[in-house]
Design a protein around this ligand. Structure first.
Ligand code: CS2
Ligand code: MG
Length: 402
C-alpha cells in the first residue's frame, strides 16, 4: 500500500488549524493534525519542504519505520515544529492502518481498557463570583471535573480568563497581546477561589487549576500547600519545567497532585520528572509528542512509576487530535483524565467526527480509524489569519512566562 499524495490543508474556522491528508493507492486515506498555535506556518513549511516529498511512494503500513525515518533522519532532533510534523504523519498512518483493518483505532492499539473517557472542561470568570457561576454551568452540563481560573484584582488580563464560556481562545491578535502578572496578588487570591468553590459545591466535583508557568519552585510549593484543604485533582504547570529538578522542591513541600507537559515534545522532556516520581500526571498529547507511536512509549514509561495521563485538549489542538487522543485514552491502562475545551460549531463543521460527550465523559465512537475527517470544501472557505499567543510582563515591565 503506497502513499500517492500528501496534502497540507490550512483552515481558520474561528482559529487556525493545519491538517495533513495522506492518500494511498488502495484508495484509503488518513488524516493528521499538525497545528502549532501561533506558529502554524512554520510547521506548514516543514511539512511541505521536507516531509511530504519524502512520503510519496513509501509503504503506508510501515508506521514505525516512518517515525524513525522522520525522527533520526532529520538529524536535528526534537522541538515543537519537527515533532508536530512527525505527529501529523503518524496520526494519518495509524488512521489508515485502522481503516484497512476495519477497526476503531483503540481496538488496534490493544482494545478498550474502560467504557468511556473522563474529561474536564474550562470554567473561568473575571472575579470569584463569576467563576463560581461558570463552574455551576459545567456541573449542570454533566461535567465531573472542571478547571477553574479567575481574574486577580489589579492584574490586567490574568491567564485563562476568557471572553465567553466555552470557546476561550488566547491567540487573539496578529501580534501578541500584552498581559500583566503579579505573583503575590495571585498567591493570595487563588485559595479564595477554591474556598468559594468547595463552599458552594462541596467535594463532589473534581477541581483543577492551571498556573501556566507563572511561579518559581518555592512559590509553587506554597500554592500547593495552601490548596491542600481543597483536595485538588491537580495543579498544572506550577513552574517552568526546562529544569526538571525544580519539581523536587515542590514535591518536598506538598501533597497536591502535579501535572506537567503540554509544551513537551518527547519522552526526554519528561524522563526525570517521571522516573523520580516528581509529577502525578503527564500532559503530552498526540499532536505535541510525535503522534500515537511516541505517546504510547511515554504512557508505558509513565505507568512504571504510577504516573497517569492527562492529555492536553485545548481548542488549538484540532478535532483530529481530540479524536486520536480519545482512542489513546480509551486504551491507555494508566489513563488519568482528558482535557476537553469544546471546539466551536464552526470548527466542528469543518471536522466531522465520531466522538461524543455524555455525562462528563467522551467516547471516541466506533468508526474505523480515529473517526475524524476534514470537509475540504468547507475548510477552503476559512482562509488562514495570523494569530499570536499573548505575552506577560511584571508590573515593572520585566518579561515573564505567559
Ligand atoms: C492551556 C492551554 O489547556 C491548557 O491547559 O495551558 O490553553 C494553552 O494556553 C494553549 O494550548 C496555548 O496554545
Ligand atoms: Mg495548561
Amino acid at each position: 500500500m503506497r502513499i500517492t499524495s500528501a496534502r497540507v490543508i490550512v483552515t481558520c474556522p474561528g482559529r487556525n488549524f493545519v491538517t495533513l491528508k495522506i492518500e494511498t493507492d488502495g484508495g484509503v486515506y488518513g488524516i493528521g493534525d499538525a497545528t502549532l498555535n501561533g506558529r502554524e506556518m512554520a510547521v506548514v513549511a516543514y511539512l511541505q519542504d521536507h516531509v511530504v516529498p519524502a512520503l510519496i511512494g513509501k509503504d503506508a503500513r510501515r508506521i514505525e519505520d516512518m517515525w524513525q525515518f522522520l525522527y533520526r533522519g532529520a538529524y536535528w532532533r526534537r522541538g515543537p515544529v519537527t515533532m508536530r510534523a512527525i505527529a501529523a504523519v503518524d496520526m494519518a498512518l495509524w488512521d489508515i492502518k485502522a481503516k484497512v483493518a476495519r477497526m476503531p483505532l483503540y481496538d488496534l492499539l490493544g482494545g478498550a481498557s474502560r467504557e468511556r473517557v473522563l474529561v474536564y472542561g474550562h470554567a473561568n470568570g473575571g472575579d470569584i463570583d463569576e467563576t463560581v457561576e461558570a463552574v455551576g454551568r459545567y456541573i449542570d452540563m454533566g461535567y465531573k471535573a472542571i478547571r477553574a481560573q479567575t481574574g486577580i484584582p489589579g492584574v490586567k488580563l490574568a491567564y485563562g480568563v476568557g471572553r465567553g464560556d466555552l470557546h476561550y481562545e488566547p491567540a487573539d491578535a496578529a501580534l501578541p497581546t500584552e498581559t500583566s502578572w503579579n505573583t503575590p496578588a495571585y498567591l493570595d487570591h487563588a485559595p479564595k477561589l477554591f474556598d468559594a468553590l468547595r463552599d458552594r459545591y462541596g467535594f463532589g466535583p473534581h477541581l483543577l487549576h492551571d498556573v501556566h508557568h507563572r511561579l518559581t519552585p518555592i512559590e509553587a510549593a506554597r500554592l500547593g500547600k495552601s490548596l491542600e484543604p481543597h483536595r485538588m485533582f491537580w495543579i498544572e504547570d506550577a513552574t517552568p519545567a526546562e529544569n526538571q529538578e525544580a519539581f523536587r522542591l515542590i514535591r518536598q513541600h506538598t501533597v497536591t497532585p502535579l501535572a506537567v507537559g503540554e509544551i513537551f515534545n518527547t519522552i526526554w522532556d519528561a524522563r526525570d520528572l517521571i522516573q523520580n516520581q516528581l509529577i502525578d500526571y503527564i500532559r503530552m498529547t498526540v499532536v505535541g509528542a510525535g503522534g500515537i507511536t511516541h505517546l504510547r512509549r511515554i504512557a508505558d514509561f509513565a505507568a512504571m512509576y504510577q504516573v497517569r495521563t492527562g492529555c492536553h485538549g485545548a481548542t488549538d489542538l484540532s478535532p483530529v487530535t481530540m479524536g486520536a487522543a480519545l482512542h489513546f485514552d480509551l486504551w491507555a491502562p494508566n489513563f488519568g483524565i482528558q482535557e476537553y475545551m469544546r471546539h466551536s460549531d464552526e470548527t466542528d463543521a469543518v471536522f466531522p467526527h465520531a466522538y461524543w460527550f455524555e455525562d462528563g465523559h467522551l467516547h471516541p465512537g466506533d468508526a474505523h480509524g480515529h473517526g475524524v475527517d476534514i470537509d475540504e470544501e468547507l475548510a477552503a472557505k476559512h482562509p488562514y489569519r495570523p494569530a499570536s499567543l499573548p505575552v506577560a510582563r511584571l508590573e515593572d515591565g520585566t518579561m515573564w512566562n505567559w
